[in-house]
Design a protein around this ligand. Structure first.
Ligand code: NAG
Ligand code: NAG
Length: 365
């Protein structure tokens, strides 16, 4: 008798939880979302780190309801927009502030200036490199284990449904290989050998995510950073021509990354699905044909100082441009919110920039 009344209490309790959940405006398509990357997706992890790569001051966040949170753009990042499309009621929180059961929804480990190589970004100060971010995630998995009461199969099954995003490599070029005053890599390696070196380390890091439980993984290629306002100001001066030497080096990395995705999906990592995100092609399309996407200015940042608003990035309390929706770049390095939202929608719903499937398909696997 006592047993059955316990069951009834249990039913009512579960029923109340179900009602509470149903009354929420939306429910996410996947249980959690973990993010690894650099300033393109950092949402505040660098705020308490001693570094020049920080964005927790105005006018960063000018179009974000919570203001300057540490995001390196005027509003939402690509992963913010993607989290919304995946149905998460809130943005994925920065690892630096994640605590308790909220980690069950995921965490964002991205850190401005970070790269695949630990030394990358040291010219700007502290950061969490990809190796460090993976180590943090290993700690998160240990904490999550407590909520599964040591049920390893249950935890692994849960993690296997989650989406992982990793966007790495931009800084290994910008704040390493193409900064010979600070780093020796460009004399140690040809561009081809450097891409191979990066891919070797990245392979190991992604395999670590897999062994920690990651199964649905989006890996982003590097965008055409030979075309960002910073490079236009630095190398080609007062015009809109891209630095093709940088873009070629990036393409060597990207094509290797795409092949890596094929190898992972082709049986090297059983039960996993990796999606290659062609950020090079997407940014290039916006850059080459801006008016088709509603942009008018692609060669300068909306906020910045010097040639192309790109020699120095957006400074505290600087007045940004008024018509932000017309700009592809918010500052010398980072796209505006509108560009991020466009990319999120396009990679979620179409196969224009994702390989071999789009993100909606990845979510429903
Ligand atoms: C860029 O070039 C144009 C035309 O050559 C010139 O009028 C302008 O002052 C230049 N701007 C900068 C910032 O050098
Ligand atoms: C995909 O590309 C095609 C052809 O360029 C375009 O018409 C379509 O709008 C794109 N879809 C999305 C969702 O961006």
């Amino acid at each position: 008798m006592r047993g059955s009344s316990m069951v009834w209490v249990g039913f009512i309790f579960v029923g109340l939880i179900a009602m509470a959940c149903n009354s929420q405006p939306q429910q996410s398509q996947v249980p959690c979302f973990f993010i690894f990357g650099d300033s393109l997706v950092d949402n505040g992890n660098n705020n308490r780190i001693l570094t020049l790569a920080r964005a927790n001051y105005r006018p960063y966040g000018i179009d974000f309801p919570q203001g300057a949170t540490g995001r390196f753009t005027n509003g939402r990042t690509y992963v913010d927009a993607l989290a919304q499309l995946l149905g998460f009621p809130n943005y994925i929180q920065p690892y630096a502030r994640a605590a308790g059961s909220s980690m069950l929804k995921g965490a964002n480990y991205a850190s401005g200036a970070a790269g695949i190589l630990d030394e990358t970004g040291n010219n700007l100060g502290g950061h969490a490199s990809m190796n460090q971010q993976v180590t943090y995630f290993a700690g998160t998995v240990e904490q999550m284990r407590r909520y599964f009461r040591g049920d390893t199969n249950g935890l692994n099954s849960y993690l296997s449904k989650c989406i992982f995003y990793s966007g790495m490599g931009s800084n290994d070029y910008l704040n390493n290989y193409f900064m010979p005053t600070f780093y020796t890599t460009s004399s140690d390696y040809t561009t081809k050998a450097f891409a191979a070196r990066l891919l070797q380390d990245y392979t190991r890091q992604l395999m670590q995510l897999y062994s920690l439980g990651g199964r649905k993984v989006i890996v982003s290629g590097v965008g055409p950073i030979g075309c960002i306002p910073y490079q236009l100001a630095r190398f080609t001066g007062n015009n809109t021509r891209c630095n093709e030497k940088i873009n070629q080096a990036i393409n060597q990395f990207n094509s290797g990354l795409r092949k890596l995705v094929d190898r992972f999906n082709g049986g090297q990592l059983p039960g996993s699905k990796f999606v290659f995100l062609d950020s090079y092609q997407s940014s290039n399309d916006l850059y080459m044909n801006p008016t088709a996407y509603g942009f008018e200015v692609v060669d300068k940042g909306c906020c910045g100082v010097g040639r192309n608003n790109g020699q120095i990035t957006c400074l505290p309390l600087q007045q940004p441009c008024q018509d932000r929706q017309k700009y592809l770049f918010w500052d010398a390095f980072h796209p505006t919110e509108l560009a991020n939202i466009y990319l999120a929608k396009s990679t979620y719903t179409s196969q224009n920039y994702t390989y071999p499937i789009n993100i909606q398909q990845l979510a429903t696997l």
